[in-house]
Design a protein around this ligand. Structure first.
Ligand code: F6P
Length: 765
């Protein structure tokens, strides 16, 4: 049934029934009232007629003169409406009569229906006779000597019935017309007011397709409702888009950017560029995807959002492919965003990247027992390069209040530098590595400068709440700042920066996993590359060659596994894909040598025929090769000694759409807080790690599937689009707050007041 029909049945029928009942009631009331009026009128006339002739009638009855009695009666009955009249004598006998007395109304017939004694007023009867309704009045006639008889006057009341009926019809008709007019008028007024409401709301609210502008001035009537309505609409829109889009996806992130942030251009600053152009030995140019968790996470975000990625141009052919503004469109073939390359001199790179960033901040932040080295000249370069990148960012932004995403420990000073040039910018700083506890952080000679630099941000993000707490403790200990623990923020020199946890993730669906060959093909190819027997068991590790990754502990765990579970000898091989990294730093070169020597020793110890337990593949591997290995593996071991998140663990989960393979994961990674279905280990504890590896290799397929399903569901939900989406929605809230505050004027930033407003912004995740 169509909607209109249902509306008519729901509202129209009951309305009609009520109107009909009212009309009927009014008609009946009118009929009753007019009947009374006619009756009274007729009764009065009859009485007047009898009263006027009463004496003459009494005298003629007494004298027995019927002729004169008849004449006197005829005078009474002259009125047209009188049907008949009669004089009843003793025993209600008819003495005389005029006209035609309707049957049942002559004196004899009435005798039994009248009381024996009758007062002066007489008795009235109103009844239906053959010709219609009649009114009969019987009045006593008497003289001084006493009663002599009774006078009967019968009026025709059928005219009254006809008039009543006509009046009743007229009343019902009039009522129906009035009701109809009232209904039509109500509908018209209702439609008109609804149209006015909706037009006004469209004008005031940024409804999808409504063309509204938030700046439109509301009519007085609407002002109190306006903010509630706006928030309701925004919430509904978000819920609707969440429901229709389901999980966070590239599209939803894109819509968040266009809807919530009104299409702001995103500028990301990260040292490592997502596409590196390298010169080949044949003189051509090839595009390399660097081994970087940061790139893994942020590249899909940029593909979804567009914008500019400002980075160090580190590839040997990078300069050859940029335009005059040092920009190149990427990804090759898709070109959805730009990389703006910043060139560094060797000296700058040595001081800023190798020196302060990776010999100072990196070991400072990771509990991996490598001593940080702080050199004043490195910090000077760090500061200088930070300024150059801050300027590059300011060149790339559009307008005075851009959104800038500053990434990682290479740029701790940049937020403040950008803030100095663009006070209204929204700066989201994300620190991709752990943040040391306050005591440890304090060994950095420039601890205060780093904290002050970071607090130029609008939001400072970490993977975990623990790292947020460490940061806030450091601020508390080293700066004169106000900590607002309830709002999770720090206020330095009147500026507030929120400190929040945003655990990073990977894209889902993962395009590298989707483009990979089927698992049996990956397995065949990898086994052939490694020279493994078809029934061999394969373990895989994928890392940059970095001392935080626990690669030495991993190889020692493999050695311990073979010692404790000899049946795996000749059958189990662990392939370690290790991308050389930061090789100018002595510590990394030392690690390189130690890992190589360790793999060699373990291999020599257990070698049998062509079988070796460890395949150390020390080279950069492109994502298709990495995903091939992850899909071929029986077990993936992530053994970081300390890691902000570790996205390889999540990539392994994304790679296994066959729901096979087991993840053994260091409990010292951020990922261990999320992927709780992995076998969690302390990588330093070789007994525990080797037991976990043995358990993983022996795990029944059904249990592998159950664990893998749960982890896949988790990563699917908490993917990198959600990570970026949550930060952007938080940024939108801040921007709204700042807009509201600026209306109040300087010094009047009403945090309490605006909180209410902020809470009503759509939830980001
Ligand atoms: O994990 C920390 C980090 O800096 C990431 O941001 C990046 O993915 C990785 O290390 C790579 O480091 P680099 O850029 O020095 O090769």
């Amino acid at each position: 049934m169509c909607r209109q029909m249902r509306t008519i049945l729901r509202w129209g029928l009951p309305l009609l029934a009520v109107l009909a009942a009212l009309a009927w009631g009014a008609g009946t009331l009118v009929q009753h009232t007019t009947r009374q009026w006619f009756q009274r009128d007729v009764s009065l006339r009859a009485r007047l007629a009898v009263d006027g002739a009463r004496e003459a009638l009494a005298a003629h009855v007494r004298s027995g003169d019927r002729r004169r009695l008849g004449v006197a009666l005829g005078a009474i009955a002259r009125d047209d409406r009188i049907l008949a009249a009669a004089i009843c004598g003793d025993g209600m006998r008819t003495l005389v009569r005029t006209g035609t007395v309707p049957s049942g109304f002559n004196c004899e017939e009435l005798a039994s229906r009248l009381p024996a004694a009758m007062d002066e007023g007489g008795v009235e009867l109103v009844e239906h006779a053959e010709g219609g309704l009649v009114h009969a009045l019987v009045m006593p006639i008497s003289d001084e000597a006493g009663p002599v008889g009774r006078a009967l006057v019968i009026h025709d009341l059928s005219f009254a019935t006809r008039r009543e009926e006509a009046l009743r019809r007229l009343t019902i008709g009039a009522f129906a017309v009035v009701a109809l007019l009232a209904s039509v008028l109500t509908v018209v007024v209702r439609r008109e007011s609804w149209r006015t409401w909706t037009e006004e709301l469209r004008r005031l609210l940024p409804l999808p397709g409504g063309g509204g502008t938030v700046s439109a001035r509301p009519r007085k009537l609407f002002r109190p409702l306006l903010s509630d309505l706006r928030n309701l609409v925004a919430e509904l829109a978000t819920e609707q888009s969440a429901a229709s889009a389901g999980k966070w996806s590239a599209e939803r992130l894109h819509h968040t950017l266009t809807d919530v942030l009104r299409g702001e251009r995103v500028v990301i600053l990260a040292n490592r560029e997502p596409y590196v152009h390298e010169r080949t030995s044949e003189g051509g140019v090839r595009v390399v995807h660097p081994a970087s968790g940061l790139v893994t996470a942020l590249e899909p975000v940029m593909r979804a959002c567009g914008g500019v990625w400002v980075a160090h141009g580190s590839g040997s052919a990078d300069r050859d492919v940029v335009d005059r503004g040092d920009r190149v469109r990427v990804p090759p073939g898709e070109e959805s965003y730009s990389i703006r390359r910043v060139w560094l001199t060797e000296e700058e790179e040595r001081g800023y990247y190798y020196g302060f960033s990776n010999e100072g901040l990196w070991p400072l932040s990771h509990m991996a027992h490598t001593r940080p080295v702080f050199r004043a000249q490195d910090f000077r370069q760090y500061e200088r390069v930070n300024r150059r990148f801050a300027e590059a960012v300011c060149d790339e932004v559009e307008g005075p209040d851009p959104i800038v995403l500053v990434q990682d420990y290479h740029y701790a000073l940049v937020p403040r530098m950008i803030r100095e040039r663009l006070p209204r910018a929204t700066i989201l700083t994300f620190w991709h590595i752990p943040w040391a506890n306050a005591e440890r952080f304090g060994i950095c000679p420039w601890a205060n400068e780093l904290l002050e630099g970071m607090l130029g941000s609008s939001i400072v993000g970490f993977h975990t709440q623990l790292h947020c707490n460490n940061f806030v403790e450091a601020v508390d200990r080293y700066l004169e700042a106000r900590i607002d623990r309830e709002r999770q923020s720090v206020v330095l020199q009147g500026r507030e920066a929120l400190v929040r946890a945003y655990p990073i993730s990977i894209e889902w669906p993962n395009h590298w996993a989707m483009e990979a060959p089927p698992v049996p093909d990956c397995r065949r190819r990898v086994f052939a590359e490694l020279g493994l027997a078809p029934d061999a068991l394969l373990g895989v590790g994928v890392d940059r060659l970095d001392y935080t990754k626990g690669i030495e502990e991993r190889l020692l765990a493999v050695e311990r596994l073979l010692e404790r579970f000899p049946h795996l000898k000749g059958r189990f091989t662990f392939a370690q894909l290790a991308a050389p990294s930061r090789t100018l730093i002595p510590e990394y070169r030392g690690l390189n040598e130690r890992v190589e020597a360790l793999a060699k020793r373990v291999n020599e110890r257990f070698a049998a025929g062509t079988w070796r337990p460890i395949a150390l593949l020390r080279a950069h591997h492109e994502p298709p090769a990495i995903f091939r290995y992850l899909r071929a593996a029986d077990v993936c071991y992530v053994s970081s000694l300390h890691d902000g998140m570790n996205l390889v663990a999540k990539e392994f989960v994304a790679a296994r759409d066959d729901e096979r393979g087991t993840l053994v994961l260091s409990r010292f990674t951020g990922a261990a807080r999320e992927l709780t279905e992995a076998l969690l280990v302390n990588p330093y504890d070789l007994e525990e790690a080797s037991s976990a590896l043995a358990a993983a290799l022996a795990m029944p397929a059904a249990e592998q599937a159950e664990r893998m399903r749960a982890m896949r569901a988790f990563v699917q939900d908490l993917n990198v689009y959600r990570w970026a989406g949550r930060m952007l929605v938080d940024a939108a809230r801040l921007r709204q707050r700042d807009r509201l505050s600026s209306r109040l004027g300087p010094g009047l930033r009403a945090v309490g007041e605006t909180e209410g407003e902020l809470k009503r912004l759509p939830p980001g995740a």
